[in-house]
Design a protein. Structure first.
Length: 114
């Protein structure tokens, strides 16, 4: 099943304002894999669903680390997070990260590496 695209995107300045931190801190969060950013129309953007809830923000770094350890680049990680999955309560790993199924998403990300 093909991956969907996020419904909302944030630019780095948008996130800096939302988090009340400098843009350099947002860039550092991306480097440290606390956030996932990809280029769309030449601009680095972060999917809104991945920063929309404290739960998603809490679990996202672990999922990103697991996916990158499995050899995924940022685009591939985004595709994995947005591939529809009817067995997840949110319908995609990205949507599920924001709720009670976040642990299951982490388990599945870990399984990708094996």
């Amino acid at each position: 099943m093909p991956a969907t695209e996020p419904t909302t995107w944030y630019t780095l300045p948008d996130l800096a304002e939302r988090f009340e931190v400098p843009v350099t801190r947002v860039r550092q969060m991306i480097r440290e894999r606390q956030l996932l950013a990809v280029r769309r129309e030449g601009v680095l953007r972060v999917p809104g669903e991945l920063v929309g809830t404290p739960t998603a923000l809490k679990h996202l770094p672990g999922v990103l680390t697991l996916l990158h350890d499995a050899g995924y680049n940022d685009e591939e990680a985004l595709r994995w997070l947005y591939t529809p999955d009817d067995t997840l309560p949110g319908g995609t790993p990205a949507a599920t990260l924001g709720g009670p199924g976040a642990t299951e998403v982490k388990r599945r990300a870990q399984a990708v590496g094996f």
